[in-house]
Design a binder for this molecule. Structure first.
Ligand code: TYD
Ligand code: MG
Length: 498
């Protein structure tokens, strides 16, 4: 028989081909193709009879063990959908140094010190203590111990090991009293000795993960896998890994910010898009139960170009400041720099401002920033971004006590967004007095003070209304004449009498 040929596998998307090339034909990534040894020969298909009959069961049934195990770290539990589900596999992805190892060590330590019983959700909660194992392929045992000291969790019942061989790990865990929770830090360092390719390649990561996941399902323990993220922001190598696990969490944050956000992007056992907010301190990660207060902590009022966006992250309202700066550009192609938002969405808002409101924005350099390191994906931020842009362009500050939300359509209309009441309630809780928002369906347009959780609702049906509202708010401040007027001041403060 001819010698099996090597395969060339893209480390970004997992596509394989018979020859090497500089660019992957499946995902168009450059320099991602590496040679891998052929896979173990697969069975040729089913021949003959054999096989075991499956035991089919009904949908209804009782499970003796509690379905979920809460860790007691509320921010983590919410993202995980209320706790860790027995026999499930979670992937926690994130940039190097973001705090994945720290988070998971804190999670297993919290489980290890949790009072037995009580914490278990659902009926028939198991009363046995939660036994956790932490297997590090990146750090030596002493390094993990040092970290545990720093986190002051050395008293927790956690079994620690440094290992990279999946065969050894499976041999140690494949018995009746396997731990309840197992952390593998990280999946890219694990290797299966039947494959020739190096650890971290698609073949290795996929095989190692599938072996470990199968074991977790068989023995009923929770498997927490750490995965590294590439420059492009996907979990290194295998997108395939995301399909194999039950839950994918991303741990993200801006470098230089102490805030860390744990985000669920897939969850078979709970809501996706839920976030948990942490702060990285000297003694590990600390939960931030009220992220809005944190994101707004450094806000300074009475500055043009800033607005407060009342957003939703999963089921939770989050208020965050959006900052825009427009400056006349010396360049033929003006600069656009966006942090924390989608730049295509910014281009859309700019086009609408120009085409429907007659504002000359495209000749400016534009910088847009979501303060605090949060990434916003909601279209509801459109109106807040537009308000920040108009405010910066006109040098008129938005009122201090105003929150903004609403989606913008291509004709400049402001569209309703979901969960209006929750947004308003959060804004009222934090002391805001008014909301610039889309007209509420079934109500008469116009301001309705007193309603809407105590907030004054300033309804804007079209982007032009926003421009006029802003001009109306401008009168008190402009008397100071704090800045020389440029030639791109579009809104005269007295242009509109509200
Ligand atoms: P780590 O958990 O090692 O990141 P990852 O596993 O995602 O690569 O986190 C490392 C960073 O966190 C490092 O820059 C130091 C910082 N850190 C603190 O600020 N405080 C702490 O208590 C700990 C343990 C780490
Ligand atoms: Mg680590």
């Amino acid at each position: 028989m001819a010698k099996a040929l090597s395969r060339y596998v893209c480390q970004a998307c997992g596509a394989s081909s018979a020859k090497w090339s500089g660019r992957c034909e499946a995902c168009n990534a450059w320099n991602t193709i590496t040679e891998e040894a052929p896979r173990e020969t697969a069975p040729k298909g089913l021949s003959g009879r054999g096989g075991r009959k499956l035991d089919f069961v009904g949908l209804e049934g009782t499970t003796s063990v509690a379905p979920r195990r809460a860790t007691g770290i509320a921010e983590f539990d919410r993202v995980a959908g209320g706790g860790l589900v027995r026999g499930s596999a979670l992937l926690i992805g994130g940039d190097p140094g973001i705090g994945k190892s720290t988070l998971l060590l804190q999670v297993v330590a919290a489980l290890g010190t949790a009072p037995s019983g009580g914490r278990d959700g659902g009926p028939g909660g198991a009363s046995a203590a939660v036994r956790c194992a932490y297997i590090s392929g990146e750090e030596a045992v002493d390094q993990v111990r040092l970290r545990a000291q720093r986190l002051a969790v050395t008293g927790a019942a956690v079994e620690l090991a440094a290992a990279t061989s999946v065969r050894d790990i499976v041999a140690s865990l494949d018995h009746a009293d396997a731990p309840d929770v197992v952390v593998i830090d990280s999946i890219q360092t694990m290797y299966v000795d039947t494959l020739d390719s190096a650890p971290g390649t698609v073949a290795q990561v996929r095989t190692a993960a599938s072996e470990l996941i199968r074991l977790a399902k068989r023995r009923g323990f929770v498997l927490l896998l750490v995965g590294h993220v590439t420059k492009e922001g996907v979990i290194a190598g295998p997108r395939v890994l995301e399909h194999m696990v039950d839950t994918v969490l991303y741990f993200e944050g801006e470098r230089g910010h102490q805030f860390r956000i744990l985000r669920a992007v897939k969850n078979r056992f709970g809501p996706a898009n839920e976030i948990g907010v942490f702060e990285m301190t000297d003694a590990g990660l600390v939960e931030v139960p009220n992220p809005s207060a944190l994101f707004l902590a450094e806000r300074r009022g009475n500055i043009s170009g800033t607005t407060v966006f009342a957003g939703m992250e999963g089921t939770r309202p989050v208020l965050v400041e959006i900052q825009a700066l427009l400056a006349a550009s010396p360049l033929a192609t003006p600069r656009r720099a966006v942090v924390g938002w989608d730049s295509a969405r910014l281009a859309m808002v700019l086009a609408v401002l120009e085409a429907r409101c007659g504002l000359a924005v495209t000749g400016n350099d534009i910088y847009l920033n979501v303060a605090g390191g949060l990434r916003i994906n909601e279209p509801a931020a459109d109106l807040a971004v537009a308000a920040a842009l108009v405010s910066s362009l006109s040098d008129i500050p938005m009122p201090d006590n105003l929150v903004v939300f609403g989606e913008i359509g291509l004709s400049g209309e402001v569209r309703a967004v979901s969960q209006t009441d929750q947004r308003l309630r959060e804004a009222a809780k934090l002391g805001f007095g008014a909301a610039l928002m889309p007209p509420r369906r079934g109500r008469r347009a116009g301001t309705a003070p007193g309603a809407n959780g105590g907030l004054e609702a300033r309804e804007v049906a079209h982007l032009q209304d926003l421009v006029q509202q802003l001009a109306g708010d401008a009168q008190p401040r402009r008397a100071a004449g704090s800045r020389p007027s440029g030639n791109n001041r579009m809104i005269a403060p007295t242009a509109v009498d509200s």
